[in-house]
Design a protein around this ligand. Structure first.
Ligand SMILES: NC(=O)c1ccc[n+]([C@@H]2O[C@H](COP(=O)([O-])OP(=O)(O)OC[C@H]3O[C@@H](n4cnc5c(N)ncnc54)[C@H](OP(=O)(O)O)[C@@H]3O)[C@@H](O)[C@H]2O)c1
Length: 255
């Protein structure tokens, strides 16, 4: 990040939840942040506005990962935005955060549900990385947002667990490939974080929220900022010697 152009980051799913917290955190560090979203343009614009209000710079890029050509759509907009806001298409940080859930155990999950979760949570991030590689500068950082569900059995969301497990395997091999380029690759695996991801399962259901909080060592639910701070560390110079790792970020859940 010693270039004369400002450092730049792409945060997929940066419009809401954990991704928004990561986008805001990286912007506070002086990075120009591409805030990706799929459908919620208002949320993406709110994130960009919040970043600018804090003295940072950001722009929104849309691509629905379930649509054909999503990666091209994303990178066309990303490269235009980077040129406009940094004067270059160079990228320093890529955070593969966008993700969807998938409910159903092995006896009930549908093929369509599994296709969707694999497409959004695994296949698209893989090709996002492929397209990002020519843009990533030496010293670059890739972080994928995994889940506790890839470590602890979650039979009722087995398709989701499979998708995050695949992302963990991707991380390890990619880290080995990109090490010689000085690029680190790591996965951060949150436990339950209070975001829209859970719909009204936790919000408005204090008992369910308390049960989930009790699973952690600290007795509270995770917050998006808890995860964003870990991503900030991994993507900083201080995180340069960590690569190929899956960092559990669950507040000690399921110890
Ligand atoms: N919340 C948790 O408890 C938790 C725990 C472990 C891991 N995670 C992981 O953390 C990541 C972020 O989760 P979150 O809780 O912040 O979720 P969230 O609040 O539901 O936000 C999801 C983000 O992903 C984007 N997205 C959704 N569907 C998409 C699609 N088809 N194509 C492209 N982007 C899409 C959304 O864009 P729009 O705004 O346009 O809809 C949004 O920015 C996910 O990978 C999730 O698996 C979450």
């Amino acid at each position: 990040m010693t270039n004369s152009t400002p450092p730049a980051a792409l945060v997929t799913g940066g419009s809401r939840g954990i991704g928004r917290a990561i986008a805001e955190r990286l912007a506070r560090r002086g990075m120009v942040v591409a805030v990706h979203y799929a459908r919620d343009e208002i949320a993406a614009k709110e994130t960009v506005t919040a970043i600018r209000a804090g003295g940072g710079e950001a722009f929104a890029v849309r691509a629905d990962f379930t649509e054909t050509g999503a990666v091209d759509t994303l990178f066309d907009a990303l490269e235009d935005g980077l040129r406009e806001h940094t004067g270059s298409t160079g990228l320093d940080v890529l955070v593969n955060n966008a993700g969807v859930g998938c409910s159903g155990d092995a006896g009930h999950m549908t093929e369509a549900d599994l296709d969707r979760v694999i497409t959004v949570n695994v296949k698209t991030p893989v090709f996002v990385v492929q397209r990002a590689l020519p843009l990533l500068r030496a010293g670059g950082r890739i972080v994928n947002i995994s889940s506790a569900a890839s470590r602890v059995a979650h039979p009722q969301i087995i398709g989701y667990a499979i998708s995050k497990g695949a992302l963990d395997a991707f991380c390890r091999s990619l880290a080995k490939q990109l090490g010689p380029l000085g690029i680190t690759v790591n996965n951060v695996a949150p436990g339950l974080v209070d975001t829209d991801f859970h719909g009204d399962r936790l919000r408005g259901h204090p008992e369910a929220a308390a049960e989930a909080a009790a699973l952690t060592a600290f007795g509270r639910l995770g917050e998006a900022a808890d995860v964003a701070d870990i991503v900030a560390f991994l993507t900083s110079n201080e995180g340069r010697w960590i690569t190929g790792e899956r960092l559990e970020a669950t507040g000690g859940a399921y110890l």
